[in-house]
Design a protein around this ligand. Structure first.
Ligand SMILES: [Zn+2]
Ligand SMILES: [Zn+2]
Length: 129
């Protein structure tokens, strides 16, 4: 089974990343990348919703190419490309030279706040069982 690096993290959290609780189920994740990885799996929100939402912000030109590209996301600092938003966040969380992008005034900080605001009022994206 393929495991994203974030999925292997446990309670040791050497980078001191913030812990995020899923809005829809009682799970906790180390770093915003961990939460995004969980949401991208499509169990708590509609599959692909995280990807398409990333292109709904005014800042998307700083981290997004085209939604139809094989790697729609990139790091503004080092230009590495990624297939999923969670991979991009994982990259900047792990790389000190790129992590400034997570600060609230930068593109990935803005996107993180956008997701948080969006899901505090989940509307029709909530998948119930
Ligand atoms: Zn969940
Ligand atoms: Zn980078």
């Amino acid at each position: 089974m393929y495991l994203h690096p974030a999925a292997r993290q446990d309670l040791d959290n050497p980078l001191g990343l913030p812990i995020y609780e899923c809005w829809f189920c009682p799970t906790n994740w180390i770093g915003f990348s961990g939460l995004l990885y969980h949401l991208e799996e499509g169990r708590c929100v509609k599959r692909d919703r995280i990807r398409t939402l990333a292109f709904d912000t005014p800042e998307y030109g700083f981290y997004g190419n085209n939604l139809t590209d094989e790697n729609p996301f990139f790091c503004f600092q080092c230009r590495t490309q990624f297939p999923q938003v969670s991979h991009l966040y994982h990259h900047v969380e792990q790389n000190p030279s790129c992590s400034y992008l997570l600060s609230p005034s930068e593109c990935l900080g803005a996107l993180r706040d956008f997701y948080i605001e969006y899901y505090e009022c989940p509307g029709s994206d909530y998948v119930s069982y």
